[in-house]
Design a protein around this ligand. Structure first.
Ligand code: PMT
Length: 224
């Protein structure tokens, strides 16, 4: 990556999975390791940006040199991200945020075993990316789309619905792509459709290419 390309830019990256607690010892989560988001944060640092990293549950250590905010739930991620959003130039949402949480809230006590079956009622969480899309003023907003079918259709739908400038789609059912591993296979979409389809690459390389694409699309400020 070209060093200095993002000098003076403030970049917010989200990484990892959220944890939605059911009771004091149990929770719902997903397979996100944080590797994709951490690679983006690190690449942005190397390109000279000032990086804030909001991370949920992750399996690897975060990069040094970022301002790190740890969160658990989708609600906490929403609060952390909206709190710093206004001063950001670029926002990349690589985190896997839960769509649902326990409807009755987190139980104060460990849930007791009763019948043979247990029905857990869930309610929707607030969509962080959609919230940011609605409040966008100058930020360059990049979302991810984790799909297992009709990748282009769902990715373009998310791009429009969440008012993103770019969407990074990964088919998480393909070997070498998506959750947990060190590689990814992504297609980047913009308002005009497919911008770039990257082959199997390390998450570090995906991060570099993505940030180059973003840098090329930033409005020229003239002075910098
Ligand atoms: O962390 P790794 O193990 O390296 O794995 C990387 C990854 C597979 C998690 C990453 O590449 C990825 O695809 N991240 C997005 C996962 C996801 O939640 O995708 P989605 O299609 O469900 O959501 C679309 C977008 O909306 C995402 O930018 C997501 O952050 C955002 N979202 C979703 C739900 C919600 N309540 N709030 C959100 O902001």
């Amino acid at each position: 990556a070209r060093s200095g390309t993002l000098a003076g830019k403030r970049v917010l990256v989200t990484a990892g999975g959220t944890m939605e607690r059911l009771d004091p010892v149990r929770y719902l989560t997903n397979d996100s390791s944080g590797k994709m988001g951490f690679a983006i944060a690190e690449a942005a640092l190397l390109m000279g940006a000032e990086v804030t990293l909001v991370a949920g549950r992750t399996a690897v250590p975060p990069p040094a040199g970022v301002e790190l905010v740890r969160v658990e739930s989708a609600q906490q991620m929403l609060d952390a991200v909206t709190g710093v959003y206004d001063k950001m130039d670029i926002v990349v949402k690589a985190a896997a945020v839960a769509d649902y949480r326990r409807a009755a809230g987190v139980s104060d006590h460990k849930l007791k075993k009763s019948g043979e079956r247990l029905t857990l009622e869930l309610e929707r969480t607030t969509d962080v990316l959609e919230t940011l899309g609605k409040r966008k003023n100058h930020q360059f907003l990049v979302g991810f789309a984790a799909e297992t079918e009709q990748v282009e259709r769902y990715a373009m739908d998310k791009l429009r619905r969440k008012h993103c400038d770019l969407i990074v789609a990964n088919d998480v059912s393909i070997e070498g792509a998506g959750f947990n591993g060190d590689t990814n296979i992504v297609q980047v979409y913009g308002e005009e459709g497919l911008v770039e389809a990257l082959p199997l690459l390390s998450k570090r390389e995906v991060a570099n290419r993505l940030l180059e694409l973003i840098a090329d699309r930033l409005p020229r400020s003239g002075g910098k």
